[in-house]
Design a protein around this ligand. Structure first.
Ligand code: ZN
Length: 244
């Protein structure tokens, strides 16, 4: 199987379409998404439509949950909360029902998909260091768990020859044949936060036993205009140019 895995899209249609065009040339069998399909950006309905059309295996992110009233937004920053309210008001009942029905985990051949962690996906905890990843690595019974949530790509892993030690890599091509288990954070399609204003995605080939993290330029200005035109906070447009 050859998978393309999409990180937090956050209703950024220009970034998503740039990624989907690139994926077409990759001979992918199935597209997966680690959730946060909506929130922050101004094209939630169009992005959900793409997910449906392409039969993407999506899990529910914290912004997706917040938009359907399943998560208290008290602890969201004011910009995120404004975007949740805007998204809820702009989506029709069919799209809201689609978000509500998203599962917290997707189990596929050779991998599993979660938003924050594998062990308690409903808590939306962050994996930001090797210690955070250990419980999920302990529970993992397939080679890879794909996650998002931090919007920063990184691979946290245990090597086959030293399966008790957890380490990490930020390399863009990972040979999985020497790795026993890995948590792969695929970064973010629609709101990168590693100070690089590029979209991106991951590829996973279960036969070649390789993972690639890809980054691509996209037309940021176009998406920033859409955010401003929608009346969303201008900061949500500005941050796309900085990758923060
Ligand atoms: Zn997110």
């Amino acid at each position: 199987m050859r998978y393309a895995i999409l990180g937090d899209i956050h209703a950024n249609l220009t970034a998503l379409d740039t990624v989907l065009t690139a994926i077409k040339a990759e001979g992918v069998d199935r597209i997966l998404s680690v959730g946060d399909v909506v929130g922050y950006g101004a094209a939630p309905s169009e992005v959900i439509e793409r997910m449906r059309e392409l039969d993407v295996a999506v899990v529910k992110g914290n912004h997706d949950a917040a938009c359907v009233g399943e998560l208290d937004t008290t602890y969201f920053n004011p910009y995120a909360r404004a975007a949740v309210d805007w998204t809820r008001d702009s989506l029709g009942e069919t799209d809201l029902a689609w978000l509500r029905e998203l599962p917290l985990l997707q189990h596929l051949d050779g991998c599993v998909v979660a938003h924050g962690t594998l062990t308690s996906p409903e808590r939306y905890d962050y994996i930001q260091c090797t210690e955070d990843a250990d419980p999920s690595l302990d529970e993992l019974d397939v080679p890879v768990c794909f996650v998002g949530h931090t919007h920063v790509p990184v691979v946290i892993l245990r090597n086959a020859d030293d399966p008790t030690r957890t380490s990490y890599t930020t390399e863009s091509e990972i040979d999985m044949s020497t790795i026993s288990r890995a948590i792969v954070n695929v970064g973010s399609v629609g709101q990168p936060r590693d100070e690089m204003p590029f979209t991106g995605y991951a590829l996973y080939d279960t036969v070649e036993q390789r993972v690639w993290i890809k980054r691509l330029e996209y037309e940021v200005e176009r998406e920033a205009r859409r955010i401003r035109a929608a009346g969303l906070p201008g900061m949500l447009a500005d941050r796309l140019f900085l990758g923060v």
